[in-house]
Design a protein around this ligand. Structure first.
Ligand code: Z5A
Length: 205
């Protein structure tokens, strides 16, 4: 059986990931492709418990290295027990965020050493990588405006605009480093126009 495709979607807050995930799932369903939707941090029973620790405002003062290590601990479980088995069965996997988020948030946002992140990436992923990453790019101010009405914010969402601007720069840097895999999508356009950009990419996968 042919291995399924692994798609990841990433971007700053309010870029529209959740909204475009619905579009991608229905597009693939129309093509009779079985897609497993998952997310990071999380995606497994253990990973979801780690997610709670990472996003809870009770753990506000978590050390930055602890945050990075927890992201990769959850990812290790996610890849080995969920993503790779699904791909081997021939299913496609769509992950709401993946390793690029660690480079953007923990590398760009928190200022952790990129070498250290790469070390963890090599350890956990070895040569495993998404087939394509849809990077929804939007100016931070616009993304924030879109999620303004959200009442409850998690630990990371409480960060400053400076933090999120560094995150955005981190993502853009990654897309320049891996232009074949990471497709930069202008998510400041309307929902329909953004979906259209994604459709063009999915059509050639
Ligand atoms: N994190 C990390 O630090 N390191 C890692 O390695 C990983 C993750 C894997 C959880 O992520 C947190 O984990 C995240 C990064 C960190 N931290 N933060 N903050 P998450 O993905 O679960 O949570 P999120 O980033 O908060 O997702 P989000 O805010 O829900 O973003 P979104 O999914 O892109 O937003 P949306 O719900 O699709 O859209 C927001 C609103 O905008 C909504 O009302 C839409 O209708 C509207 N929208 C969307 N697109 C448009 C367009 N094009 N026009 C107009 N309105 C739009």
């Amino acid at each position: 059986m042919q291995r399924g495709k692994f798609i990841t979607i990433d971007g700053v807050e309010g870029a529209g990931k959740s909204t475009q995930i619905d579009f991608i799932c229905s597009y693939l369903a129309k093509k009779n492709i079985n897609v497993i939707l998952t997310r990071e941090p999380g995606g497994t029973k253990l990973g979801e418990k780690i997610r709670e620790l990472l996003l809870s405002i009770d753990t506000k003062l978590m050390d930055n290295d602890t945050e990075l290590l927890l992201m990769f601990a959850a990812r290790n479980e996610h890849i080995k027990t969920k993503i790779i088995p699904a791909l081997k069965r021939g299913d496609w996997v769509l992950s709401d965020r993946f390793t690029d988020a660690s480079y953007a948030y923990q590398g760009g946002g928190r200022g952790l050493s990129i070498e250290r992140i790469t070390f963890l990436e090599r350890w956990v992923l070895q040569d495993f990588s998404p087939d394509v990453t849809l990077l929804l790019d939007v100016p931070v101010a616009l993304g924030m405006l879109r999620i303004k009405s959200r009442i409850r914010k998690d630990r990371i969402e409480l960060e400053t605009n400076d933090f999120f601007n560094r995150v955005r720069d981190g993502y853009i840097k990654r897309s320049k480093q891996f232009p074949e895999r990471i497709k930069l999508i202008d998510a400041s356009q309307t929902l329909k126009e953004t979906s259209q950009q994604i459709k063009v990419i999915l059509q050639v996968l």
